[in-house]
Design a binder for this molecule. Structure first.
Ligand SMILES: [Zn+2]
Length: 131
């Protein structure tokens, strides 16, 4: 099966591996992509998700890796270094909450254990004292 008319699917003309170009990274793109199957470099340009021409052979180094790749007999390629890691909305987020003690308006929030003085005039103090 040939996907030559799909913009965000770059099928390698050399090894026929289908390189999936995730829209987060490649929606507007001009540069060099490394095929996850054979490490060939392809110059490719996309504007609003539409390709601006067929892939042209390029020289290393590449600019980006595809987000995912697959052979024509549906074997996935997920090896790090062959495909890019998933894009993160916040690069500094590592799966643990970032403790905060104040909101952006400067009000105390319970993102961390509250101290006694944090409870002055607060709803938690009302529950604690009953007043
Ligand atoms: Zn290839």
């Amino acid at each position: 099966m040939i996907f030559k008319d799909s913009s965000l699917l770059l099928q390698c003309p050399k090894c026929t591996v289908i390189n999936y170009l995730d829209p987060f990274t490649f929606w507007n793109f001009k540069g060099k992509i490394k095929c996850a199957g054979c490490d060939a470099i392809w110059e490719y340009a996309l504007v609003n998700g539409h390709r601006q021409g067929p892939p042209a052979e390029g020289k290393a180094p590449h600019d980006r890796l595809p987000g995912f790749a697959q052979t024509t007999d549906w074997k996935p390629i997920t090896t790090p270094g062959k495909v890019a890691p998933a894009p993160q909305a916040r690069e500094d987020f590592q799966g643990k909450p970032i403790p905060i003690a104040k909101s952006i308006r400067g009000k105390v929030v319970s993102g961390s254990p509250l101290k006694a003085e944090d409870l002055v005039g607060s709803v938690p103090k009302m529950f604690y004292t009953g007043i």
